[in-house]
Design a protein around this ligand. Structure first.
Ligand code: SF4
Ligand code: SF4
Ligand code: SF4
Length: 608
């Protein structure tokens, strides 16, 4: 912190959760005495120009009031002492007030007032320590520099199934240029191959009509059909995709990428007489036969969980149970006399609508037989399927049904990463050597379900995880909104980017003069953000700011202290430690020259 800089500190009462303020409560009820904290801080640090106590810091009027105080005292560094849960909200609120001061937080609610209820004196002392530690840390922090991201105001959407179409339509509605790439001749994805889309029983064409119309009518969407995607290169904010359409090579630029390429149906292999006995077909073949209006010979049986929930694919594919219900109901409704039996391990029908669907199937007389993975149904027949024997685990007895048509309900698997198209925009761990995705993409399912580990790369629909058409379209719209936020944050700085990634810290910075090019950070960085580059006759490390999540791993392995997180430098941590543990023994006042020297020594101790 420069000598001319000022700091301001805001303490939050949280409407009495932290400090009951003027209310006449007993000492044990008071929790933290913020007036006492304020007096301590003001006495200790001359560069802290003001310490303001607010009843709340997370409302709109609080942001404008804080901004007014920050401007009044020309503070370049702001300490917020409040609750842990509102950090991002407060940071964003200040940003909206055009505040670009450096901001640090101290948690005085959850980590202090709440956990030390009934210990008023102790909680107040601890709050003093927390606030003082945050002050010295903020004073030692450097400013993150961040290159101009040069964001392209357009989005590449890979795949024109329900997720991709919904994403493209939403983005175009918001005025963003969209490049929609689809390998098939028509939009619709796998949905296009289905007979009907349940539970509403729309035709795929009717189901997709509004999306298709939206993208056809909007000149901001360029759809590349029958396109072969060759590569996607670049960094978040500026990707370049190369594709071949017909004989033509086409390059397009986009600021964000939405992966909506769906998944592929697993093919039954050497199971249940598939390809050996006539009458045994896959679920996709049943859709095709229904589409052609072919008669389905009864009795009809379905076997669930084929090719999934086993050692190779140990997951539930989520969509095959609802799809079986759809087709079983269709067959039973068209031909009530046909016997329909579903052999299942569990019928997965989450939600009220699918539960109703299941009950409707039962009401129509469709028979559900539960089996165990260890004792799967046995299919018997000579040239054609004749019957199925199975241990019914619900009844605890062997049963046998004559069957003319057996439908194998296979799950979904990730698409192969053909030619390593996605290598540049995913992390290496996500693909296998043979080019197939090891798993569906890695996402942050709880708080940020359509965000991949790479900023600006979103994922939705069955590319993310098997999902029905409605869910895929909803995710497509969610991904579009996330892409809009990413593109819209024109003043994307290090704090903005780290906020987008839900990470507190910003971007690692390299001191090229000190870097020996040892490569430790390159090997250690879990996000492939470090690489060695030549310069001045030697190699030194360069950090890709879009990939860096501020995890700090590189800082720990660098032998020369040449890579640091500006917000958490060794000096800042040293100063915090000295504030927390050094003071009682030394009796040195915070503002004294001795203390400043000690802080410097502590910081050097960490650096050496
Ligand atoms: S959705 Fe049903 S059939 Fe598909 S894997 Fe899950 S339990 Fe098996
Ligand atoms: S802080 Fe983490 S993500 Fe950033 S360069 Fe260092 S190791 Fe990589
Ligand atoms: S670990 Fe440190 S010295 Fe080695 S390449 Fe990385 S930044 Fe340079």
């Amino acid at each position: 912190m420069e000598k001319t800089e000022q700091m301001i500190c805001f303490l939050c009462r949280c409407h009495g959760e932290v400090d009951s303020g003027h209310q006449d409560l007993g000492q044990t009820e008071k929790r933290i005495d913020l007036e006492f904290v304020r007096a301590r801080v003001m006495a200790a640090y001359s560069f802290v120009k003001q310490v303001k106590i607010f009843d709340s810091l997370c409302m709109d009027q609080d942001f404008s009031e804080m901004a007014r105080h920050i401007r009044d005292c020309c503070a370049s560094r702001v300490l917020i002492c409040a609750c842990a849960s509102k950090i991002d909200e407060i940071r964003l609120g200040l940003k909206k007030q055009d505040m670009d001061a450096m901001v640090e937080f101290a948690d005085v609610r959850e980590g202090c007032a709440w956990i030390h209820q009934g210990r008023h004196g102790f909680a107040t002392e601890k709050a003093c320590d927390l606030v003082k530690m945050a002050i010295v840390s903020l004073a030692e922090q450097g400013v993150s520099s961040f290159p101009d991201p040069g964001i392209q105001p357009s989005v590449l959407v890979v795949g024109a199934g329900p997720a991709g179409l919904a994403a493209a339509a939403a983005l175009a509605r918001a005025g963003i240029r969209v490049h929609l790439v689809e390998k098939a001749e028509q939009p619709g994805g796998m949905l296009r191959l289905l007979h009907t889309v349940g539970p509403g029983n729309d035709t795929p064409k009717a189901y997709l009509a509004s999306y298709v119309e939206a993208i056809e009518k909007n000149p901001l969407v360029t759809a590349y059909l029958s396109a072969k995607l060759m590569s996607i290169h670049g960094d978040p904010g500026c990707f370049t995709a190369r594709m071949i359409v017909g004989q033509k090579k086409i390059d397009v630029k986009a600021g964000a990428v939405i992966l909506a390429m769906g998944a592929r149906a697993v093919l039954p292999r050497d199971v249940y007489g598939y390809r050996e006995l006539s009458g045994v077909i896959s679920a996709m073949e049943l859709e095709r036969n229904l589409n052609k209006g072919m008669a389905i010979q009864g009795p009809v049986a379905f076997i669930q969980c084929v090719g999934v929930r086993d050692e190779n694919r140990p997951y539930c594919s989520a969509i095959c149970c609802p799809v079986t219900l759809k087709n079983a109901i269709q067959i039973k409704t068209d031909h009530p006399e046909t016997r329909v039996i579903v052999f299942h391990r569990d019928m997965m029908c989450p939600g009220v609508e699918l539960e109703r669907y299941y009950r409707r199937a039962r009401g129509l007389g469709i028979v559900f037989i539960r089996f165990d993975a260890a004792t799967p149904p046995v299919v018997l027949g000579k040239e054609s399927i004749e019957k199925i024997q199975c241990l019914d685990t619900s009844m605890g007895r062997e049963i046998s049904y004559p069957v003319k048509t057996l439908v194998l309900s296979t799950g979904l698997a990730p698409h192969p990463n053909t030619n390593g198209v996605f290598d540049q925009i995913t992390l290496a761990g996500e693909t296998q050597k043979d080019g197939a995705f090891q798993d569906f993409f890695s996402v942050k399912p709880l708080m940020n379900p359509v965000q991949t580990d790479v900023p600006g790369v979103l994922i939705c629909g069955s590319a993310r995880w098997p999902v029905l058409a409605d869910g895929a379209a909803t995710q497509g719209e969610a991904a579009a909104m996330k892409a809009l936020i990413f593109l819209g944050d024109k003043g994307l700085d290090s704090q903005g980017l780290s906020q987008f990634r839900e990470s507190k810290f910003a971007i690692a910075r390299v001191n090229a003069d000190r870097c020996s090019g040892c490569g430790n950070c390159v090997a250690a960085c879990p996000f492939e953000a470090c690489r060695l580059e030549p310069g001045n006759g030697r190699y030194h490390c360069r950090v890709n700011p879009f990939r860096c999540t501020g995890c700090g791993t590189c800082v720990a392995v660098c032998p020369n202290n040449s890579i640091q997180l500006p917000e958490q430098t060794s000096r800042a941590i040293g100063a915090m430690l000295l504030t927390a543990f050094g003071e009682q023994n030394t009796g040195v006042e915070e503002n004294s020259p001795d203390r400043v020297k000690k802080q410097k020594r502590a910081a050097r101790g960490i650096e050496q």
